[in-house]
Design a binder for this molecule. Structure first.
Ligand code: MG
Length: 257
């Protein structure tokens, strides 16, 4: 986790452009996510579109500092996989899959990060409900953010919505500051309890907010590839993420149109 640094007005301008480009790239990837397509094909599209937009894929090579570079520009996680799935030509999408796409880029020096959960073809009612509730959790959390609000306002709103629907919020992975680097302080958990240090959102803060919601228990484990997080009980998981700028009036979402 890198130390958080204030973003200048010019940097925030570039950040908005970065977010816009990232959103358009991901839209193209989502349109290609159909039964019969491999996750590797989606990664090829992602990298091509990022570079065509004048960006640099920020996930590719991430982790090389500690000898474990992520090999792709896109994370593709299917069904019980939570996040950080590695694209592969052997992983072919099937009708009914719940696919999580996580992507980031650097543009004019500024990094944005976002994720969407996508239904491949027609998914079960259960999967559809999990997708809807997870997106709702992020939206409710974001609605609680403005300069002067607390982390706990955001985190409690996310958690309450997921738990009211009988789901659980992943604890082992959290949101984060973003902008100059992919992962900056502060950590932004999507749940809250007395042991967590609360903090105040300040104007101009740039955050990547990313609840991961499990249909079953909150426990996750890492697969043998060393990257992919999966639910321990094998049940479905969903993930939505947006990059935001904190303002006096609320959160400006730079990865939405
Ligand atoms: Mg993130």
């Amino acid at each position: 986790m890198k130390e958080y640094r204030e973003k200048s007005v010019q940097e925030l301008k570039s950040l908005r452009e970065s977010g816009k480009r990232l959103r358009l790239v991901l839209e193209t990837v989502i349109q290609a996510a159909k039964p019969g397509v491999s996750t590797k094909e989606l990664d090829v599209i992602a990298e091509r579109e990022i570079r065509a937009a004048g960006g640099i894929p920020i996930f590719k090579g991430y982790g090389s500092e500690w000898g474990k570079p992520f090999p792709a520009s896109l994370c593709t996680s299917i069904n019980q996989e939570v996040v950080h799935g590695i694209p592969s030509e052997k992983r072919v999408l099937r009708e009914g899959d719940l696919l999580k796409l996580d992507i980031g880029l650097r543009f004019e020096g500024m990094v944005t990060d976002m994720a969407r959960t996508v239904a491949v073809g027609v998914v079960s009612a259960e999967a559809e409900r999990l997708l809807r509730v997870t997106r709702g959790s992020l939206d409710l959390g974001i609605a609680n953010i403005r300069a002067g609000a607390h982390l706990s306002d955001y985190a409690r709103a996310v958690q309450a919505h997921a738990e009211q629907h009988g789901y659980s919020v992943v604890r082992d992975l959290v949101g984060h500051g973003v902008g100059h680097e992919l992962h900056e302080d502060p950590q932004v958990p999507n749940y809250f309890h007395a042991g967590i240090r609360d903090f105040v959102f300040t104007k101009g803060m740039v955050l990547a907010l990313e609840p991961m919601v499990n249909a079953g228990g909150l426990q996750v484990r890492i697969a043998s590839d060393g990257w992919t997080f999966m639910t321990t009980d094998g049940k479905l998981s969903a993930h939505f993420e947006d990059t935001i700028i904190v303002t006096d009036k609320g959160a400006e979402i730079v990865t939405r149109g």
